[in-house]
Write a protein that binds this ligand. Structure first.
Ligand SMILES: Cc1cc2nc3c(=O)[nH]c(=O)nc-3n(C[C@H](O)[C@H](O)[C@H](O)COP(=O)(O)O)c2cc1C
Ligand code: SF4
Length: 475
């Protein structure tokens, strides 16, 4: 049996390092205090009580809850940064049948590891956030879809759910206030595409996890064809603080249009990789400093600021950015899932793109031709460039293949595969050209990555050349 123990996080290295700034979600966690009593001691469930009027106050109407979330400028933490309050307002108010609430804890974006730490060390904050959201949108049932490869997190969440049910915080007639909400945990099986919201719904329904064509959007046709709201784990985890302290206070923690704190998974070439919760609008330089700077004191070369789908930015651009949706978008990338992939000056961009392209090719669900075939084309072109068999026309071909995927697919995985290509060619074209012209790397000699398959093995056929061994065979 494979021993996976060395991969188990203790939390010490990922989020108990004490280097957060004004944390709201990771505040006061030590790894052992994840249970209901601990959460209540930290002020947990006060927001749910406030909403339901179970604290002796007047309570809040669903409309007031949505208005508070709108005022907070909370934006979805799953990748797109869509305003959460606005999304909640799309749920039909007087729909006669069932409505659902779904939490997206699939977290498959390479580099991202924040949601699992929330669920592992503070599961009740997500349960409370979901209960408040369910009240605001009139949903009587909900699911938390948890990534299949972190089964112990799923098991812990089940335990937390049971604690909440036993305490009357979930289920029928919550806190005796006439509001009922049944919440269940559901685990996936590790496919990246099941993080896409409609593929996730298909997967909960027991079908193959493939995205649906939109529209209709989940707010009108979601789980089992009923109105459904889907939010990311961190999005729900932000809600109790907003309700307790007020939307305006949350907004003021961050900056206009980018309220509150955000958790960044800082990974790659830094001294102290881990999850860092800091206010929106904090300079990137500060985040890098919290993470101990570039490993070994080397120079910063580039950063992928929002998970593997986000276009890379050179160090000079990144050092002028603040960490929020608007600043990163202005610089030509996106905040995405908040995984900050730091690359030092030893990193070869051709090789890095090869690794990314392999991921997207592997994870394409295969429904759309541009994505299914195009991701394989991208991988094969970069593979031959990396291995000294690139052709002069390859850079234009890469641009063209990426361009022809974008906007022609059912879901955004196509864009996610295309955007890194454009980013790399925009900022590091010279490295690709050098590989093609000189058959060597500008950065240094490097061996083939053992995590990639042998050339031509397990790769879908077709495209401009079928792997290095066949390079030149297809024109
Ligand atoms: C290929 C793909 C993978 C995705 N993976 C995730 C994921 O793991 N977690 C997540 O919250 N959102 C993921 N998303 C975004 C979701 O579709 C959806 O926008 C998000 O869950 C909405 O929550 P939010 O508004 O709180 O951000 C993914 C999208 C795509 C296209
Ligand atoms: S874009 Fe790719 S992953 Fe998304 S539905 Fe089409 S084939 Fe599947």
């Amino acid at each position: 049996m494979l021993d996976l123990s060395r991969f188990q996080a203790s939390g010490r290295e990922t989020c108990f390092h004490g280097r957060h700034i004004a944390p709201q979600i990771y505040a006061g966690l030590d790894g052992s205090n994840w249970r209901l009593a601990d959460y209540v001691a930290r002020g947990g469930y006060a927001a749910l009580k406030k909403v339901l009027g179970a604290d002796g106050g007047a309570g809040m109407t669903p409309e007031q809850v949505v208005a508070e979330v709108k005022a907070s400028a909370l934006r979805g933490r799953g990748g797109a940064g869509f305003p959460t309050g606005l999304k909640w307002s799309f749920m039909p108010r007087n729909f006669p049948g069932a409505k659902y609430l779904v939490c997206n804890s699939d977290e498959g974006e390479p580099g991202t590891c924040k949601d699992r730490d929330i669920l592992r060390y503070n599961p009740h904050i997500v349960i409370e956030g979901m209960a408040i959201a369910a009240y605001a949108m009139g949903a009587a049932s909900g699911y938390n879809y948890i990534h299949g490869e972190i089964f112990e997190v799923y098991e812990r969440f089940q335990q937390a759910l049971q604690e909440a049910r036993d305490a009357g915080l979930l289920g029928q007639d919550i806190l005796g206030r006439g509001f009922s909400f049944q919440l269940h945990a559901h685990h996936g099986f590790g496919a990246y595409i099941c993080g896409e919201e409609t593929a996730l719904l298909e997967s909960i329904e027991g079908k193959k996890g493939q995205p649906r064509f939109k529209p209709p959007f989940p707010a009108s046709f979601g789980l089992y064809g009923k109105p459904t709201t889907i939010n990311n784990t961190e999005t729900f985890a932000a809600v109790p603080w907003i309700i307790r302290e007020g939307g305006q206070a949350y907004l003021e923690v961050g900056k206009p249009n980018n309220g509150g704190t955000k958790i960044y998974s800082v990974v790659g070439d830094v001294e102290r990789p881990g999850n860092y919760e800091i206010p929106m609008g904090t300079p990137f330089a500060k985040l890098l400093e919290l993470a101990g700077g570039v490993r070994g004191g080397r120079a910063l070369k580039a950063v992928i600021p929002g998970g593997s789908s986000a276009p890379v930015l050179p160090a000079s651009v990144m050092m002028g950015c603040t960490m929020d949706y608007d600043s990163i978008a202005k610089a030509g990338s996106m905040l995405g899932s908040g995984a900050v992939i730091v690359m030092d000056d030893t990193r070869c961009m051709v090789r890095s793109l090869l690794r990314l392209d392999y991921f997207y090719m592997h994870e394409s669900c295969g429904q759309c031709t541009p994505c299914r075939e195009g991701t394989g084309w991208l991988w094969r072109i970069v593979d031959r460039i990396e291995h000294g068999q690139g052709r002069p026309e390859d850079l234009a071909l890469l641009d063209s293949v990426a361009e022809n995927i974008k906007g022609r697919t059912i879901c955004a995985l196509g864009e996610a595969a295309a955007m890194p290509v454009h980013g790399m060619l925009k900022h590091f074209r010279d490295e690709f050209a050098h590989h093609i012209e000189h058959k060597t790397c500008l950065v240094g000699a490097h061996a083939r990555d053992a995590s990639l398959p042998p050339e031509g093995v397990g790769i879908p056929s077709g495209g401009p050349a079928q792997g290095r061994s066949l390079a030149g065979a297809a024109k």
